[in-house]
Design a protein around this ligand. Structure first.
Ligand SMILES: NC(=O)c1ccc[n+]([C@@H]2O[C@H](COP(=O)([O-])OP(=O)(O)OC[C@H]3O[C@@H](n4cnc5c(N)ncnc54)[C@H](O)[C@@H]3O)[C@@H](O)[C@H]2O)c1
Ligand SMILES: O=C(O)[C@H](O)[C@H](O)COP(=O)(O)O
Length: 397
């Protein structure tokens, strides 16, 4: 069995090695030739598997039996075409959701510091309340931050406008996007890219909605680049310049708009979910699904793949403002400024496309907030709710 695996999938040898012979390829080079010579494919979001490519490969006699994407997003794979050819498919729902929430908190706390405001004084609107948005809602609410949420497909599915079952009380309930735009200081987009149906997300934030953003709003997109009209955002930032923007995802990745990159407050190369924990969860979820598809046992546990974090603990004494303490803890684990600087440096040095991709290919080790144990001395116990809410493991003094 020949398994073609994206270069950027960690621990593939440990997981898939016993299922077949591995061939590593850069994700953007997995095309017709690879499909025609593989029994299974393990990809990430940069490999486009559309209907034409799948049909062409199968018409050319491909023996492909299984495709797995070690990512949450699935808009790069035509699942109907795979099913039509009897090819098994699995993605990795939720695998890197915790890392995306870490990214959002790191970004917002950084902007708050630079611009002189406190996150606890802001109302946050969350668009798309699934694995990522739901975790963000839970963490922000536990930190005492007021949130509004918008997720029309979820409301359709639940048949109500409430927030039942989300375990969150400080949130008033689900509402529509225009209310979020009108009433929130921060707008976080965590929607998949959906082109059709009753709730499409392509240019969900179009020119009209971008014009409606209240001055002072922070717009953060860590869903898919096409959910925001990049040209309209560029005009708003270049013109009045009265809003802030954090972009992890961009239209036309990896060849992103350099003018927009220069205008956003924080710009990163689609790495919000790039914790080692998140990537290994993705690998393991696909490995487990492929094993089941082949009728084989799942021999390796996720825990066996994860090493100890480089910094496991931190001790805090009293006297720190809660948001300063939070910044200190989160920067011990992950500091978004590193990725922002890397994108600017590498895209200037190598050009936009290569710079964007090289930051992702050579991504440094990053762990999740949940790997850090924060020990509080007696006088610092008041910090516990904020730090626990943000996702750290806290031991009170
Ligand atoms: N930047 C990154 O590194 C990164 C990492 C992980 C995921 N993502 C992206 O984030 C997306 C969301 O991830 P998730 O794990 O939460 O997915 P999910 O499927 O668990 O949740 C997505 C939610 O968005 C909602 N939604 C769909 N259309 C909507 C609309 N028009 N308006 C409002 N809400 C809508 C869905 O009902 C669902 O509840 C993924 O599809 C992926 O594209 C990006
Ligand atoms: O959908 C996802 O899981 C993320 O967007 C993913 O982390 C992006 O990383 P890539 O697949 O591009 O390596």
């Amino acid at each position: 069995m020949r398994i073609v695996v994206d270069d950027n999938v960690p621990a593939a040898e440990a997981c898939f090695g016993e299922l077949g012979r591995l061939v590593r390829l850069p994700g953007r080079e997995i095309g017709l030739d690879a499909l025609c010579n593989a029994d299974a494919l393990v990809v990430r979001s940069i490999t486009r598997l559309d209907e034409t490519l799948i049909d062409e490969a199968m018409a050319a006699g491909a023996r492909l039996r299984f495709v797995g994407t070690c990512t949450i997003g699935t808009d790069h794979v035509d699942q109907e075409a795979l099913a039509r050819h009897g090819i098994g498919f699995a993605s990795a729902p939720g695998c890197n959701a915790a890392a995306v929430v870490d990214y959002v908190l790191s970004s917002l706390l950084t902007l708050a510091e630079y611009q002189g405001w406190r996150l606890t004084d802001r109302r946050v609107g969350i668009v798309g309340v699934g694995n990522v948005g739901g975790r963000l809602l839970a963490r922000l609410s536990a930190m005492g931050i007021e949130c509004l949420a918008c997720d029309p497909p979820r409301v359709d599915r639940a048949g109500s406008t409430g927030i039942e079952g989300m375990g969150v009380e400080s949130t008033k309930g689900f509402t529509d996007l225009d209310t979020l735009i009108d009433q929130c200081d921060v707008l976080c987009l965590h929607t998949p890219l959906v082109s059709d149906g009753p709730h499409p997300t392509h240019h969900l934030l179009d020119a009209q909605r971008i014009a409606q953003l209240v001055p002072g709003t922070v717009l953060l997109n860590a869903g898919r680049g096409d959910c925001v009209d990049g040209l309209a955002l560029r005009s708003r930032l270049a013109g009045p310049g009265d809003i802030s923007a954090v972009l992890d995802v961009w239209e036309t990745e990896p060849g992103i708009d350099g003018a927009l990159r220069d205008l956003v407050n924080l710009g990163t190369p689609h790495i919000a979910g790039y914790s080692l924990d998140g990537k290994l969860r993705g690998t393991h979820q696909v490995y487990a699904a492929m094993s089941r598809h082949l009728g084989l046992p799942v021999r390796h546990s996720l825990e066996s793949l994860l090493a100890e974090p480089p910094v496991a603990g931190l001790t805090l004494d009293g006297g720190l403002e809660p948001e300063d303490a939070l910044r200190l803890c989160l920067r011990t684990v992950y500091d978004v400024r590193r990725d922002h600087v890397a994108l600017y440096r590498e895209s200037r040095r190598q050009g936009m496309t290569s710079g964007f991709d090289s930051c992702r290919a050579q991504y440094p080790l990053r762990r999740e907030f949940g790997t850090l144990r924060v020990e509080l001395r007696a006088g610092a116990n008041e910090l516990a709710p904020m730090l626990e809410g943000a996702g750290f493991r806290v031991a009170r003094g």
